[in-house]
Design a binder for this molecule. Structure first.
Ligand SMILES: [Fe+2]
Ligand SMILES: [Fe+2]
Length: 244
């Protein structure tokens, strides 16, 4: 089974890029199942029902989120009503939505788990203990984790923690793809970050002049996503089981 994992979709240009290319990518690579991080799909971060529907009907099977999961007002009801959209599992108990979903495709049960890192991020429950509990209580044939985190050390540690226990872990959030896609010794596919699906002429998806102004003159200005052409990065193939 071929699984495609797509890193953070950024704004309208990232959404358009995904929708215009996903069919061809899926065909070329015989993709059976597609997991997409959509936490920046809206122009001011987060996700709306409309964007979720566009991505799901356009080729995604499951949408994961991250630190911007609840940026849009309607996120709570979206998460409540659509089991194909999940938010990080280590939000405190009682938070709307779920951090895990199991979807059946071609007779195979695929579990997708979303976790949020804690280093340089908002305070969350422990992602390591959270994923242990989920794995104990979730029955599936394949298990994928989107670990949405800033620090490479935290993501690599999670890879070691889950090696041999899940099919693959891919990181999201930094919007820059790392060159460390490999299969860990006990068989789990791993990459620290998939990178973004978004405008190439930008700083992590944000208009570069805004970010430069912050760095050069220390003048804060509201971030706006850049427009324009996206970038298509090289594919990462891990043991024929996982493609990021
Ligand atoms: Fe992001
Ligand atoms: Fe993020």
């Amino acid at each position: 089974m071929n699984i495609l994992a797509v890193g953070d979709i950024v704004g309208d240009s990232g959404t358009e890029m995904f929708l215009s290319q996903i069919e061809e990518i899926k065909k070329q690579n015989a993709v059976d199942f597609c997991i997409v991080n959509a936490e920046n799909a809206c122009s001011n971060n987060g996700i709306t029902r409309r964007k979720a529907e566009m991505l799901l009907s356009g080729g995604a099977d499951v949408l994961t989120l991250g630190n911007h999961a609840f940026r849009q007002k309607e996120a709570a009801s979206l998460l409540h009503n659509n089991k194909r959209v999940i938010r990080p599992a280590n939000f405190p108990p009682g938070t709307p939505g779920s951090g895990v979903t199991v979807v059946e495709k071609n007779g195979i049960k695929i579990a997708v788990i979303n976790l949020l890192g804690r280093i340089y991020m908002d305070y969350m429950d422990c992602p390591f203990q959270t994923v242990d509990k989920i794995l104990k209580n979730t029955q599936a044939d394949l298990y994928f984790v989107d670990f949405h985190a800033e620090a490479t050390s935290e993501k690599i540690s999670m890879g070691w923690h889950l090696d041999g226990r899940i099919t693959a872990l891919f990181g999201t959030h930094t919007h820059v793809q790392t060159a460390d896609g490999w299969v860990l010794p006990k068989g789990t596919g791993y990459i620290t970050d998939l990178g973004m699906t978004g405008p190439m002429y930008s700083c992590l998806g944000v208009k570069r002049e805004i970010v430069l102004e912050r760095f050069i003159h220390c003048i804060p200005k509201r971030f706006e996503f850049a427009d324009g052409r996206g970038c298509r990065r090289k594919r990462c193939r891990l043991g024929g089981k996982f493609r990021g």
